[in-house]
Ligand binder design. Structure first.
Ligand SMILES: C[S@@+](CC[C@H](N)C(=O)[O-])C[C@H]1O[C@@H](n2cnc3c(N)ncnc32)[C@H](O)[C@@H]1O
Length: 280
């Protein structure tokens, strides 16, 4: 039966998601706000507002999809990252909070030339472009669907300093040298069960899986980095929480120095970087 008010709808929603979502109240607020064209603060401020039939239909439909596990970001079509908002579709990975640590590390050493490998929604390239408006950024992805989303996100935010390139890692950028290479590549081994978050079931496999040991993409990126960096250039990489020692070893083997790993909010080594004084 249709709930009469926003408060009743909210109670119904939380109850519906209690068994399947660890964030039942937040999910309900976001989906109810979208269905009623209000923001979550307004929902809570006016709990006795009547719920109309059309909003109820929209809410019920999105709640059914959420109950089946579909991520809220795909249902809403957007996700906040750093201090801006992105359009998100199932063609792209949903940006993670961990990746904000990668951006923060990369921002420590300004440069006028950046290469981002595996741009997805464009979240990393766009964050760097907003911080460094005079920097020229190349952002590569092999998924044309992802590149369309990333381009749309850059356009919507008025960013013109990013060149979006389709191809396999360094394939489209053979001639340039960069002051920074940054990447959050796929890093989950093919045989590993779905990662910690249920969302991954709905995300593009090509954004998550990286061969038998999960290091295939990181290996490729690290091995060729010395041919694409300037002297003194830096690399910052996101990786799985057990992969940091392997990444440090591989960076050292390619001649990087000043190698360090950073922790995510869960206390895992999640991001590793280094400096290359003498490129190939
Ligand atoms: C983990 S997602 C990261 C997306 C985004 N940068 C983020 O942090 O949310 C990895 C991205 O790498 C792209 N990718 C996977 N293999 C690739 C390859 N061989 N060459 C270029 N891009 C690739 C995927 O399409 C996906 O968009």
């Amino acid at each position: 039966m249709k709930p009469a008010t926003l408060a009743e709808a909210r109670r119904w929603g939380i109850d519906q998601l209690a068994a399947t979502s660890p964030s039942a109240a937040i999910d309900t607020d976001c989906l109810l706000a979208a269905a009623t064209d209000l923001d979550p603060v307004q929902l809570r401020a006016w709990p006795e507002t009547p719920l109309d039939a059309a909003a109820w239909q929209r809410f019920r439909r999105s709640m059914a999809r959420r109950r089946a596990g579909e991520p809220v970001a795909y249902l809403l079509g957007r996700r906040a990252f750093m201090d801006f908002e992105l359009t998100i579709t199932p063609a792209v990975l949903i940006p993670r909070p961990e990746t904000e640590h990668l951006v923060e590390a990369a921002l420590e050493q300004p440069t006028d030339r950046v290469l981002e490998l595996g741009t997805g929604s464009g979240c990393i390239a766009i964050a760097l472009a907003r911080a460094w408006p005079d920097t020229r950024i190349d952002a590569v992805d092999r998924s044309r669907g992802a590149l369309a989303v990333a381009r749309g996100n850059a356009d919507a935010l008025g960013i013109t300093s990013i060149r979006f390139l389709a191809g396999d890692w360094y394939g489209p950028v053979t001639t340039d040298r960069y002051g920074l290479i940054v990447s959050n590549p796929p890093y989950i081994a093919d045989h590993e069960p779905e990662p910690d978050r249920d969302d991954a079931r709905f995300e593009p496999r090509g954004a998550l899986r990286a061969g038998a040991d999960g290091l295939e993409a990181l290996d490729t990126i690290i091995a060729a980095a010395p041919r694409h960096l300037r002297p003194g250039g830096t690399i910052w990489l996101e990786h799985g929480h057990r992969q940091a020692p392997a990444i440090r070893d591989r960076l050292a083997a390619q001649g990087f120095s000043g190698i360090e790993s950073r922790f995510d909010l869960a206390g895992h080594e999640r991001v590793t970087g280094g400096v290359l004084e003498h490129p190939a």
